[in-house]
Design a protein around this ligand. Structure first.
Ligand code: F6R
Length: 615
């Protein structure tokens, strides 16, 4: 939640920060602001709305000179989105200015204490409390900004990535992180600060990712000095070479990132297979699994923790792990798991799934599982993310940056990685034969090509979207492997078009949802030939006899469902266990086209943010 960006060096800071904010807007987009030091003073401008609103306001309001500055794009936690609550925030003297991503949980008592000392607050934010706490400590103890930040952070409870500078000492930016990401780009006599590397990728390939409980003072001529916030120990900076490329974070000719990412899925899945799925040699090579094979083979069960779309990928994994490797699996919402005193033992394996690797609930669930002795395996997309670091071992999905807020390629690459894991374990346990293993490998390897075919349904999906775009409710039904896809299809529609949609296991329909069926509620049914086909056909008949409209996802060459359904979208044939990788494609496209036709902001749906780093 919230994107932060900063620059100190020899270039004009404004264009770098503005471009950076646009790239980080996926993290939050209800308000934005910038503070620049123009050589004499701070020029600050902020506004409710998007970064482009800020850009317009700045053009009317402030000069944009200066080679030191910070910027913020917000997803509100404390205080409604308005101009005053937007970041950056000044301290009372006007000397310090701060941006913050995260939550200061104990801001109330700190605020009262500061108010009793005469501090006045203009916003409802926790961030304004933090900057004044820093100022109070700095003035009282007559110490440098870095030291004051450190003392202040030792008094706060919560999560943060912050950047702060002082008008009276404009040669440094102080940054710190706990629970929210922060990268420092290292240029020649210039430094970039950002929530991820995308704002500075065209300037430098070298970056330091601060770890939790670290802070850094970034000075133009003296580089970066890093310390532990709590014990003041010095940390040697680890400079990483970035693997990110500019074209990965641009729309590349597509109208929206979501559409680009839907279309990138064949490529993304091939990347997730690269070096791991070696069908000619009949091998799956995953070092995180290989190195811990004993643990996996001796595990009593696997617990999967995740949120949202990643949780849906976890449900697909439950089916495939149990089906192939015969390991009992439970899938938990991380947000429930962390608070319900679950039974976890040292013989459990916990798999945490997260695109961003920063989701607060998933991170907390991992910490809980580790504290009870479980071995935790991460399936993350963002390299070096908090979850990737917190887990004992893991496998990256290699989907590349996912910028559209609605997850698409993250979902299919997660399923791809989890499928490889399930197959590898099944082979090691002997629950599938070597010839079955080989067949599965060849079929899995063919999935990216089959997704390319599934993507050709775009034109027909668009026509269907035109027919149903004004429906107020949708039902999504699937069985077995495609029950989680029904949930995922409904989530995609809800989050970007704001149409109410529910996903159900098809057989559960008669236990309630069938009462909703009439000519106003379309039902999307996943009816592939290998997945409980006859039973799904019966479900479709039940809907048709109640005047419901059916949009069916069918296997190429299907006859029976096509006869019954009002619309049918064909996908290539595959094994039942891999079908979610194909059936999800038309559902992503359907939600995309409906949202576009309704004029919704597809990449930045209201109230959402890409990574949920707060509870
Ligand atoms: C939906 C979506 C969210 C995320 C959820 C978990 O399209 O994007 O439901 O899946 O917030 O995020 P990660 O995977 O980053 O932990």
């Amino acid at each position: 939640m919230c994107g932060i960006v900063g620059y100190i060096g020899h270039r004009e800071a404004y264009p770098i920060i503005m471009k950076g904010l646009k790239r980080l807007e996926y993290r939050g987009y209800d308000s934005a602001g910038i503070a620049l030091f123009d050589g004499k003073d701070i020029k600050l401008s902020k506004t409710k709305g998007k970064v482009e609103d800020l850009e317009k306001k700045i053009a009317e309001e402030i000069s944009t000179q200066g080679s030191l500055g910070i910027g913020h794009t917000r997803w509100a936690t404390h205080g409604v989105p308005n101009d005053v609550n937007s970041h950056p925030h000044y301290s009372n003297s006007g000397n310090l200015v701060i941006i913050h991503n995260g939550i200061i949980e104990n801001y109330e008592p700190l605020k009262q204490e500061l108010e009793s000392r005469g501090y006045v607050f203009t916003s409802d934010t926790d961030t304004e409390v933090l900057v004044n706490l820093i100022e109070e400590i700095k003035n009282n103890e007559d110490i440098k900004l870095g030291k004051a930040v450190q003392i202040a952070l030792n008094q706060v409870v919560g999560a943060y990535a912050i950047a702060v500078f002082d008008r009276t000492k404009p040669n440094e930016i102080v940054v710190a992180r706990l629970g929210s990401p922060l990268a420092i780009g290292i240029g020649e006599d210039e430094f970039f600060i950002a929530s991820d590397a995308s704002p500075f990728i065209e300037y430098t390939n070298n970056a330091i990712y601060l770890k939790d409980e670290e802070m850094a003072v970034v000075r133009v001529n003296r580089g970066v000095s890093i310390r532990k916030i709590h014990d003041d120990s010095i940390v040697n900076p680890y400079i990483q070479e970035l693997q990110l490329h500019l074209e990965q974070i641009e729309k590349g000719g597509y109208d929206h990132f979501m559409l680009k990412e839907i279309n990138e899925q064949p490529h993304a899945i091939r990347d997730s297979f690269r070096g791991r799925l070696l069908s000619n040699q009949a091998i799956i090579k995953m070092s995180g699994v290989e190195d811990n094979m004993k643990k996996f083979l001796n595990a009593d069960r696997i617990l999967i923790v995740a949120c949202g779309t990643s949780w849906h990928a976890g449900l697909v994994a439950e089916y495939i792990f149990e089906d192939m490797a015969r390991i009992p699996v439970e899938v938990e919402y991380a947000s429930e798991f962390r608070y319900r005193n679950p039974v976890i033992t040292e013989d459990d394996i916990v798999i945490a799934i997260s695109q961003s690797g920063e989701t607060a609930d998933t991170l907390a669930a991992i910490k809980l599982a580790k504290s009870r002795g479980a071995f935790v395996f991460g399936v993350c997309n963002v390299v070096g993310s908090s979850i990737a670091r917190e887990t004992d071992a893991g496998a990256y999905t290699h989907a590349g940056p996912e910028i559209g807020v609605a997850s698409t390629k993250a979902f299919t690459t997660q399923i791809s990685v989890l499928s490889m894991m399930a197959l590898r374990l099944a082979r090691a346990k002997g629950t599938i034969t070597s010839s079955e293993f080989r067949q599965y490998l060849y079929e899995l390897e063919s999935i990216p090509d089959k997704i390319e075919v599934a993507l050709e349904s775009d034109a027909i999906v668009k026509q269907i979207a035109e027919v149903y775009k004004d429906a107020k409710n949708f039902l999504y039904l699937g069985r077995g492997y495609n029950f989680p896809v029904a949930l995922e299809g409904a989530l995609k529609l809800k989050e970007i078009s704001y149409i109410h949609a529910e996903g159900y296991p098809a057989a559960e329909m008669k236990h309630g949802p069938i009462a909703l069926i009439d000519e106003h509620m379309p039902t999307v049914v996943i009816a592939t030939r290998k997945g409980h086909y006859e039973k799904i056909v019966s479900n479709i008949q039940e809907i048709k006899s109640r005047k419901g409209y059916i949009i069916a996802i069918v296997t190429k060459g299907d006859v029976s469902v096509k006869e019954l359904a009002d619309h049918a979208i064909e996908i290539p044939e595959t094994f039942d266990c891999f079908s979610p990788l194909l059936t999800t494609i038309p559902l992503q496209l359907l939600s995309y086209h409906i949202a576009v036709m309704l004029g919704k902001n597809v990449d930045q749906p209201r109230n959402l943010a890409k990574s949920v780093t707060v509870e």
